[in-house]
Design a protein around this ligand. Structure first.
Ligand SMILES: Cc1cc2nc3c(=O)[nH]c(=O)nc-3n(C[C@H](O)[C@H](O)[C@H](O)COP(=O)(O)OP(=O)(O)OC[C@H]3O[C@@H](n4cnc5c(N)ncnc54)[C@H](O)[C@@H]3O)c2cc1C
Length: 548
């Protein structure tokens, strides 16, 4: 099986130069990852390059829900609701460790966007379209029951509530889990290797890409029959590389999320509620934190520069105070935040909130296939669509292949939630002798699923070689991230492999100090590279901190 080690990257790039791929994919977010898996599982030769780290774009900045798409009912996007409902079920079965049901409370208040009757009708329609199983169907709660579910709601304004089921996930981990499976099927996936140009033949058609290794600036020519541009908010920028005058179809909409200590926003469960101005926002408890989002405002700058401002912060804090008037939430309580960009297909005269979240595929005259729009939830069906498009463009169909409908993602080898619970118990037992607490093992099982045992194994190997025994679990996890998930820096590990940048911010500095030298040694960094990694890490910590 192909390795997915950060230390093998240069070798992968070098090897790839002499090969002829069927498909080269630009962008290692969920869209590119999904296409890589779909294509590799069907037996195609796949190359994927990502400019930064995998999932470093929008795919680590979402609301982290695998939606049935209730929000899209409002815009009458019935097809999107239906599709996301089906995909959600598939994803739950294939990645149970990363996709879990989350009961969501939808309060109905005086003067709100929906009354109790219309909420009932909307949810009925939504669940019908999304194919929700009978045991998961919504309930309407009267005022008293709603208050029992969520005592923070304003009793004077409350009319009742609906309780329905969403699914939560970890977006970056989902993306990495998809990529790891693609790699198992033989795909070559490299991060920190932006596509810089296209290889164009004498007839003016694209027949490959030039990817640059960002650590050495060395360029590699990668030949492929088809090139797919899955660069999310950067799709138009990539289209400009082919001098296409068709670029410019995208508009970007910014969405911000804030993280608070749960004690300051002590919602008993996840809620989806009206914010002043007509949008709806989520408040979702996660461990000892609650996160809130999202905003939806046009963004016209460079995608790499999107960040939170005071207006975003205040909008979300006011939305919470409006729905839960008893809370004493202040801007200073905010622990961290993230900002994502939705790449939306522009339509004249429409604002970002009105634009469809549907995906679209464009093929340029030179043959560049660009895909934009869509959702994290629908990545698999988007990938299927891209492969169908490639078939129509001339890619020969393969006879034998795996359908991704029934393909477990990396770490997702569970058939039932009880299998996952039993697995967790077993791993807690296994890990007793290497100093990993049950909480650490639970976090690993949620992140890595059945790959947890590989980390436990690494911890056993490290145990006799390490004097600081209490750091063995951290070292083992770092080791796994570098060798099995292509983590190339501290930020790759603490932001996207573990999510600690957002959800364990208060312990981050200590964790970083404890793991820094070990990580530098693993990555074989010289002093200058280590100093840069440190600088980048603290700069990222500053970026997610409260805005002044
Ligand atoms: C605020 C917000 C909340 C959301 N919430 C949800 C949700 O809860 N559930 C849901 O289903 N969906 C949600 N979405 C939508 C979902 O997150 C996106 O549809 C999805 O992440 C887009 O993935 P992508 O791979 O297309 O883009 P990205 O994740 O941005 O990936 C594109 C990648 O291309 C790379 N790239 C750019 N240029 C180059 C180049 N020249 N060479 C190589 N690589 C390049 C970038 O570095 C980037 O990593 C949300 C979106 C936002 C903004």
């Amino acid at each position: 099986m192909r390795s997915f080690s950060a230390l093998s990257k240069a070798e992968f790039l070098k090897e790839s130069e002499g090969k002829a791929f069927d498909i080269a994919i630009i962008g290692g977010g969920i869209t590119g990852a999904g296409i890589a898996l779909e294509a590799a599982a069907k037996g195609y030769r796949v190359f994927l390059c990502e400019a930064g780290d995998f999932a470093s774009g929008t795919s680590s900045k979402s609301t982290k829900l695998i939606h049935g798409g209730l929000r899209y009912l409002k815009n009458l996007q019935f097809g999107v609701v239906r599709n996301t409902g089906i995909e959600r079920e598939i994803l739950y079965k294939n990645a149970m460790h990363l996709v879990r049901p989350e009961p969501m409370l939808l309060p109905v208040v005086k003067g709100g966007s929906l009354g109790l009757f219309s909420t009932r009708m909307a949810l009925w329609m939504y669940e019908l379209l999304a194919g929700v199983k009978p045991e998961m169907r919504f309930k309407i709660l009267n005022r008293e029951k709603a208050l029992r579910k969520e005592p923070l709601l304003d009793s004077a304004q409350l009319l009742g509530a609906a309780l329905y089921t969403e699914y939560r996930t970890d977006d970056a981990r989902l993306c990495i889990s998809v990529l790891k499976k693609a790699v198992e099927f033989g795909a070559v996936c490299v991060n920190y290797a932006p596509c810089k140009e296209f290889i164009i033949n004498h007839k003016g058609f694209i027949e490959g890409i030039v990817a640059e290794d960002a650590s050495t600036n060395k360029k590699y020519k990668i030949k492929a029959r088809y090139v797919v541009n899955a660069a999310g908010p950067w799709v138009d920028e990539v289209r400009k590389l082919e001098n296409s005058n068709s670029a410019g179809n995208l508009v970007l909409s910014k969405g911000v999320h804030l993280v608070f200590p749960h004690s300051q926003l002590p919602v008993q469960q996840a809620a989806y509620f009206d914010a002043p101005g007509g949008r709806m926002v989520f408040a979702i408890p996660r461990g000892d934190k609650t996160y809130v989002g999202t905003t939806d405002t046009p963004f016209t700058g460079h995608p790499g520069e999107a960040g939170i401002n005071i207006a975003d912060r205040d909008y979300l804090i006011n939305a919470c105070k409006n729905m839960f008037p008893g809370i004493a939430l202040r801007a200073d309580d905010m622990i961290s935040s993230w900002t994502g960009l939705r790449p939306l297909i522009a339509k004249p005269g429409k604002g970002t909130t009105e634009l469809s979240r549907k995906d679209e595929i464009f093929v340029s005259r030179a043959g560049l296939i660009s895909i934009a729009g869509g959702k994290l939830t629908g990545y698999r069906s988007m990938a299927e669509k891209v492969i169908k498009k490639l078939h129509r463009l001339g890619l020969p169909k393969q006879n034998a292949y795996f359908s991704t409908r029934k393909l477990k993602l990396s770490g997702g080898d569970f058939d039932h939630i009880d299998d996952l619970k039993n697995y967790l118990e077993r791993q807690i037992g296994e890990a007793k002798q290497i100093g990993a607490s049950p909480l650490t093992i639970a976090a690993w099982v949620n992140r890595y699923g059945t790959d947890t045992e590989k980390i436990v194994e690494m911890a056993y190997e490290l145990w006799p070689q390490t004097d600081q025994k209490e750091l063995v679990p951290l070292f083992a996890e770092i080791n796994f991230a570098v060798h099995a998930e292509m983590a190339c820096s501290a930020l790759d590990f603490w932001e996207r492999r573990t999510g600690d940048l957002y959800f364990n911010f208060e312990n981050l500095d200590a964790q970083f100090r404890a793991g820094f030298s070990f990580l530098c040694n693993l990555l074989q960094l010289n002093n200058e590279e280590a100093a840069k990694m440190k600088y980048d890490f603290y700069a990222a910590m500053d970026k997610v901190r409260p805005v002044k």
